[in-house]
Design a protein. Structure first.
Length: 132
């Protein structure tokens, strides 16, 4: 696969995982300064790694949640909570990831993640229904 194909496949996967609205906001924020970074991210994170056949998307989502807790990346964690739900992960499964993260990443990290997940769930629950 060449770089253009990898970018196109990455964009398809990124939209499938994060949703069109998130990707459109990202495209709108594109600038001369960050454009090359966004292309790199799309080609390699999404076009190279997320498209690999070795793990299902829901498994990759669970891994991302655990890694965002470990790295204390709250903004990315919230994004990946939404994406995990898009990928078929349940709220109970997210809770299990966070309970395990409490042991391996520390209680303060899991405490923050539980709070952020609950806030994200509340936002989702308050959103109008999509589609029909």
């Amino acid at each position: 696969m060449d770089e253009r194909e990898r970018l196109n496949e990455g964009m398809k996967m990124r939209r499938a995982v994060h949703g069109d609205a998130h990707v459109e906001r990202s495209i709108e924020s594109r600038s001369e300064f960050n454009g090359e970074f966004l292309d790199l991210l799309t080609r390699y994170a999404w076009g190279e790694i997320w498209t690999r056949p070795g793990l299902e998307r829901r498994t990759r989502s669970l891994l991302c949640l655990a890694m965002m807790v470990a790295l204390n990346r709250g903004e990315e964690f919230r994004l990946h909570v939404r994406s995990a739900l898009n990928n078929g992960v349940t709220r109970d499964e997210i809770k299990e990831v966070l309970l395990q993260a409490a042991i391996y990443c520390g209680v303060p990290a899991a405490n923050t993640a539980f709070r952020l997940a609950a806030e994200t769930f509340a936002e989702i629950d308050g959103e109008p229904e999509k589609g029909g």
